[in-house]
Design a protein around this ligand. Structure first.
Ligand SMILES: NC(=O)c1ccc[n+]([C@@H]2O[C@H](COP(=O)([O-])OP(=O)(O)OC[C@H]3O[C@@H](n4cnc5c(N)ncnc54)[C@H](O)[C@@H]3O)[C@@H](O)[C@H]2O)c1
Length: 269
């Protein structure tokens, strides 16, 4: 165990994994615990949450599972109340939950649009609403939101609700950083790229060919994993980033910096 987050209390929403591969929230729980934080592991699914708790414990860390739906305000309030009661304070909030939302504007229906906004954006808003006053009372904290490369440029799949909701998460980050800076609350956001992780691999859609194409698209030419994102989460949660707030940081092997033609040679390598 290292001590970059020693004595810190963290909440991670959706800290399990929907697939067979480690989730970003799950990897973050393990790394934060290794760095000394105590973790409230939230998920909607008890088996997934307990699997993360086991991994945290096997690294010598400490955590507690709390099952709640963080797309609902009462679920968010319950998560925050549980953390305060169990650990006494909250220093770090990682708004990890997100995912669904496919289709072009001509294809989406009202229900799937609202579901995507609730899942990706409302969850982060409502968690923050209930965490900010507690951080404010206790001299500050770090909130980390999770956007996506799809919120920076049009992605490979046509996913208007997801991309727009994630763009909302990026801007929510800037607004909260400005509104709560004087309460010593830092708010930052990560925008993962083509990570070989849990939800892109669901339903067996990720063929080896597509995986290879995603790898080649990145200027670095290597494949990203949930652990790459989780290390950035640890950095933003720690005092090492004490003067960083209001940023949206891509974790994407440089994809956001490239135009399609600029990586043409890489695609044909
Ligand atoms: N994996 C990637 O390539 C990638 C890329 C960009 C952004 N992201 C973002 O990373 C985040 C995590 O994705 P992932 O693929 O690592 O994990 P995931 O999609 O497998 O989900 C993690 C957990 O969230 C839980 N969950 C679902 N709904 C919930 C709810 N309402 N309340 C509480 N928990 C709930 C699930 O049970 C699951 O255990 C998402 O916000 C996603 O948009 C992922």
């Amino acid at each position: 165990m290292a001590d970059r987050l020693k004595n810190k209390i963290a909440i991670i929403t959706g800290a399990g994994t929907r697939g067979e591969i480690t989730g970003i929230g799950q990897a973050s729980a393990v790394l934060m615990a290794k760095e000394g934080a105590k973790i409230l592991i939230n998920d909607i699914d008890v088996k997934r949450a307990k699997s993360t708790l086991e991994q945290v414990k096997s690294e010598g860390g400490e955590g507690v599972v709390f099952i709640a739906d963080c797309t609902k305000e009462n679920g968010c309030k319950a998560i925050v109340d549980k953390c305060k009661k169990h650990f006494g304070s909250i220093d770090i909030l990682f708004n990890n939950v997100g995912g669904i939302g496919s289709g072009m504007v001509t294809e989406i229906d009202e229900k799937s649009w609202l579901n995507s906004i609730d899942y990706n954006l409302k969850s982060a808003v409502m968690m923050s609403k209930h965490v900010v006053p507690i951080m404010s009372e206790s001299m500050g904290g770090s909130i980390i939101n999770l956007s996506s490369i799809d919120a920076i440029r049009a992605g490979a799949t046509r996913n208007v609700p997801y991309s727009v909701a994630k763009a909302g998460v990026s801007h929510l980050t800037r607004l909260m950083a400005v509104h709560h800076g004087r309460e010593n609350i830092r708010v930052n956001c990560l925008a993962p790229g083509h990570v070989y992780g849990s939800f892109p691999n669901l339903r067996g859609k990720m063929t080896e060919e597509l995986r290879e194409l995603r790898r080649k698209t990145g200027p670095l030419g290597s494949e990203g994993t949930p652990w790459d994102v989780a290390w950035a989460v640890v950095f933003l949660a720690s005092e090492e980033s004490r003067w960083i707030s209001g940023t949206v940081i891509p974790v994407d092997a440089g994809v956001h910096a490239a135009s399609p033609l600029s990586v043409w040679d890489n695609l044909n390598e």
